[in-house]
Design a protein around this ligand. Sequence first.
Ligand SMILES: Nc1ncnc2c1ncn2[C@@H]1O[C@H](COP(=O)(O)OP(=O)(O)OP(=O)(O)O)[C@@H](O)[C@H]1O
Ligand SMILES: [Mg+2]
Length: 264
Amino acid sequence: MKIWSVTNQKGGVGKTTSAVSLAGAQALLGQRTLLIDLDPQGSLSTYFGINPEKTTESIYEVFTGEQINRKSLTQLIRPTDVDNLFIIPASLRMATLDRKISSIDGKGLVVSHCLEYLTLQFDHIYLDCPPTLGVLMINALAACDHIIVPVQTEFLAVNGLRRMQSTINMIEQSRGFKVDYTIVPTLFDQRTRASMHSLDTLEQDFNDFLSQEIIPVDTTFRDASLAGLPISHYGKRSRGAIAYQNLCIELEKFESVNQKVESI
Ligand SMILES: Nc1ncnc2c1ncn2[C@@H]1O[C@H](COP(=O)(O)OP(=O)(O)OP(=O)(O)O)[C@@H](O)[C@H]1O
Ligand SMILES: [Mg+2]
């Protein structure tokens, strides 16, 4: 099982779109794939027709519920309309978590511990993060094998990336080893100066961490989200679907991390 965290402290850069699209590409390859919505806004849940304001069974339970075990965790998993693709939704109540559990020991490893129960059930797990550094993002970064950092190709993109890099450094210090990450340029439009300029800057400053694949602007993403389907299952031949399919294959080379962490 590989656990991927889709993370950037900047909002609206394509995190949720990347999580859905990569998970869809994996599902299409026959891989059993789970999406977990760690964003209190619940965009990922909404994408699949689940209302985060109403849902009573969400990933919130693992932070506050009674002792979590394999059975109670499995009850949170819902199927989607796509074969091999499952979701644990978010709940709006997650917005209060930072206040509620900030003083609890081991609060950063809640997700990591509970995902151990799912090792045999899934090939891939994608964690969709909120755009804020808090207990949910820390849990995702502490649990994952690899961090995917979508970056919108626009003028100020690089500034946000430096913040993200220092967060990753902090996590590496807590975990005691390097955590691989890949920066993925998104919403790329080669006709605009902003896109071309920011891609140049990314290549200059972050080349070692940059994906080969660049995700283009594609209106099919909007249509796919309205249909509640990953782009891989809505417009398989669209430019966006092909880009995420290629990215999915490109990221295959990263192995899962076997080291266990005692505390964060
Ligand atoms: N490659 C793309 N082409 C066209 N539209 C896109 C693309 N990627 C994302 N979008 C659109 O941009 C908007 C923001 O994307 P998304 O929700 O994935 O960002 P996010 O980083 O998850 O945002 P947030 O920080 O609010 O969680 C959405 O409306 C989405 O459909
Ligand atoms: Mg999002």
